[in-house]
Design a protein around this ligand. Structure first.
Ligand SMILES: [Zn+2]
Length: 157
C-alpha cells in the first residue's frame, strides 16, 4: 500500500511520478493556477497585437467556419449546452444589459475620460457638436489635472 502512489482521483501513479497527480489532474491543476491564467492572457494579448497574426487567425477561422461539418458540429454543441437559451437569458438580464451598454459606451467614447462621460452626454443633449464636446471635455480634464497639481503642490509646501 505504501509503495503504490495514488492520485487524489484514485488513479494509480507510476514510480517515477513526482507531482502526486495523474496527467489529467496535473493539467487541470496547472490550468487552474492564477499564475498560469495570467501568463496565458498576457501572451495572448501580446500575440494578438501583431496584425499578421490577427489576419492569419481570422482567415483560418473563416475557412474553418465555412466547412459544413464544422457548422453542424457547432450547431449540435450549441444545442447540447443550450446556447440559445443562455443567449436569450443574457439578453434579458438587466445586469448584463447594463454591462454591455457600459462597455459600448467606453469603446465609443474612448476619447473621453470615464468620469467625464456624463458631462459629455449632457453637452450632447444640449446640442453641441462632437468636435466641440471633445474640446470642452479636454479643457475640463486639463483644468481638473491643474487643480490636482495645485492641491498636491500646496500640501507639499
Ligand atoms: Zn488524478
Amino acid at each position: 500500500m505504501a509503495d503504490v502512489k495514488q492520485c487524489a482521483c484514485g488513479t494509480k501513479l507510476g514510480d517515477r511520478n513526482t507531482s502526486g497527480r495523474c496527467q489529467p489532474c496535473g493539467v487541470a491543476h496547472h490550468n487552474g493556477l492564477l499564475e498560469t491564467k495570467a501568463k496565458r492572457a498576457s501572451s495572448m494579448k501580446r500575440v494578438w497585437q501583431r496584425p499578421e497574426y490577427r489576419a492569419n487567425h481570422s482567415a483560418k477561422m473563416k475557412a474553418r467556419c465555412a466547412r459544413p461539418e464544422v457548422i453542424e458540429r457547432l450547431r449540435q454543441h450549441a444545442k447540447k449546452i443550450g446556447l440559445q437559451r443562455m443567449g436569450v437569458e443574457a439578453m434579458r438580464n438587466p445586469a448584463l444589459i447594463a454591462k454591455r451598454s457600459l462597455r459600448g459606451t467606453l469603446t465609443k467614447m474612448a476619447w473621453c475620460p470615464p468620469h467625464l462621460i456624463d458631462d459629455a452626454r449632457e453637452l450632447r443633449r444640449a446640442g453641441y457638436r462632437l468636435a466641440e464636446i471633445k474640446e470642452i471635455i479636454a479643457e475640463r480634464d486639463e483644468a481638473e489635472k491643474e487643480q490636482i497639481r495645485k492641491v498636491m503642490g500646496a500640501s507639499h509646501a
